[in-house]
Design a protein around this ligand. Structure first.
Ligand code: ZN
Length: 509
């Protein structure tokens, strides 16, 4: 997790390392294994999804968010009024949730560019605003036992503020002038006192060297003092761990010193060194100076509860990103371990070896229940590696596991064979159907051919009938024409007769 290691060159730790085989894919998936215990403290851990949901559950409803001081500069703008109108209907929904509703999206589109921009900014700001302090503490309550000593102190302080300012969020409380000034003063005073004490103790250590030690040992003590100083200044180690590291340093100096003197005398001075630890005052000052939002504050606590993976041999000591080199720890323990060598860290977490055993058994259970899909190659080569260098406490039930795998393989073969038989049946019944259909097609083809044959004479008959009809039509026309010419002749005859009659009358006269 962290790359600085003041004891990296200490030969005592170099040979003590152990590797456990975990599938490579664990690096991306391990966080989503449900409810696995931390390999160090044994607490339940959040998966990454649970962490997100946990953080989101602290988000303030739109009504609360709009009341927050971070929104002050938007009061009276059209954007503020728009969000207020949405919030009046569903005050408990977050602004982001309100804006994700289609109807409201459409409404937003009708607003001007400037207003839309303001609305989006306000939505972003609202993501950083959580519920008010008392509700914040209430929601965190059930996880309190999972936090380390330093965080527990911070939470106690936050309890007090939640009682004192029940109408505000923590980001608001920490930024109040009277609050931040108070904590700044105490934090500065602590640091000043610690610095003065540190100077005094190192002065005593130098004097001790000059008075009691041979010149060769004086140089070695000086080096030891420098290393102790760098450990004291290294902010990531917790106080008890720093104390352990420093005691080790001076003890190993005494062991290798050529001068004969009382260990007790030197260690009495060393015990006076002020070991810096993170106080609630530092936390408040840090929150204000780094402009932490409410969401940042809850994220800080949530990360302590989240499952993380961790290198057995730290990266800074060439520990590789391979399956042999990781275990799963909660965020709190991962942070606490920093990059300390395990043999050293185990002094502060003696339960760890037992918990690791439980963790690996649990991983195997997950595999057995198919929750780690794709991990078939899991501990095949574990046998020769798993116990190397460890104190033999980490023992996986390898024989059981291999038996289980064999059993599963047999079952898989059976299942596959059953599936094959089923498929055969299906293929057979399908081909039966296909030949049935083919048969029908053939029948239909015969029928079509027959009908086509019947159709041919009918067609010829039709053509003939049409021809007859056409001929009759022509005959009718001819007859009509003849009739007309007869009619004409009759008319002409009449006329001729009339003329003859007339002429005959005239001749008689
Ligand atoms: Zn833990």
């Amino acid at each position: 997790m962290i790359t600085i290691n003041p004891v990296a060159n200490n030969q005592n730790y170099k040979n003590l390392s152990f590797g456990i085989f975990l599938p490579k894919k664990v690096f991306t998936d391990i966080r989503d294994i449900p409810r696995m215990k931390c390999g160090c403290c044994g607490d339940d851990m959040f998966t990454s999804d649970e962490t997100k949901a946990f953080i989101n559950s602290f988000a303030a409803g739109s009504k609360r968010a709009l009341e927050n001081s971070a929104m002050a500069r938007y009061r009276g703008t059209p954007a503020f009024e728009f969000l207020q109108s949405l919030s009046e209907i569903r005050p408990k929904d977050t602004i982001a949730k309100l804006l994700s509703v289609d109807e409201n999206k459409a409404k937003l589109k009708t607003l001007g560019d400037r207003t839309r921009l303001d609305v989006n900014m306000m939505s972003l700001i609202s993501e950083g605003i959580t519920v008010k302090a008392p509700r914040f503490m209430q929601k965190l309550e059930k996880y309190r036992p999972h936090f380390g000593a330093e965080d527990a102190e911070i939470l106690n302080l936050m309890d007090v503020y939640a009682l004192k300012y029940p109408k505000k969020t923590f980001a608001e409380i920490f930024n109040m002038p009277e609050v931040i000034e108070y904590h700044r003063e105490i934090a500065a005073l602590d640091k000043k006192q610690a610095a003065a004490k540190k100077i005094e103790v190192f002065k005593q250590l130098r004097e001790f060297g000059q008075q009691k030690l041979l010149s060769a040992d004086r140089k070695a003590l000086q080096d030891t003092n420098t290393k102790a100083m760098s450990i004291l200044n290294y902010e990531f180690f917790e106080a008890d761990i720093k104390k352990g590291l420093i005691d080790d340093l001076y003890n190993s100096f005494v062991d290798s010193a050529k001068t004969r003197f009382w260990r007790k005398n030197l260690m009495k001075i060393v015990d006076e060194l002020p070991i810096p630890r993170r106080t609630p005052d530092d936390f408040v000052v840090h929150c204000v100076e780094s402009k932490k939002t409410d969401k940042d504050i809850i994220t800080y606590f949530a990360k302590s509860l989240q499952a993380t993976y961790e290198h057995f041999i730290p990266r800074s000591k060439d520990g590789a990103d391979i399956k042999e080199n990781i275990i799963v720890l909660c965020g709190k323990c991962n942070h606490r371990r920093s990059n300390l060598p395990y043999p050293f860290f185990l002094r502060f977490a003696p339960e760890m070896m037992n918990n690791l055993q439980k963790q690996f058994n649990k991983i195997i259970t997950f595999i057995k229940h198919g929750k780690l899909i794709g991990y078939d190659d899991y501990p095949i080569v574990m046998k020769e590696n798993v116990l190397t260098g460890s104190d033999n406490l980490i023992r996986l039930q390898i024989r059981d596991y291999l038996d289980f795998r064999k059993e599963r393989a047999v079952k898989q073969v059976e299942r596959t064979q059953a599936a094959l038989v089923r498929d055969d049946d299906r293929i057979n019944s399908a081909s039966g159907r296909i030949s049935e259909i083919d048969e029908k097609i053939k029948e239909l083809e015969v029928q079509i051919r027959k009908l086509k044959k019947e159709r041919q004479p009918l067609k010829t008959e039709l053509e003939d009938a049409k021809e007859v009809y056409r001929t009759s039509q022509l005959d009718a026309e001819d007859a009509k024409a003849e009739l007309n010419s007869i009619n004409d002749s009759i008319a002409q005859d009449r006329e001729t007769n009339a003329i003859l009659k007339y002429k005959r009358r005239n001749l008689k006269k």
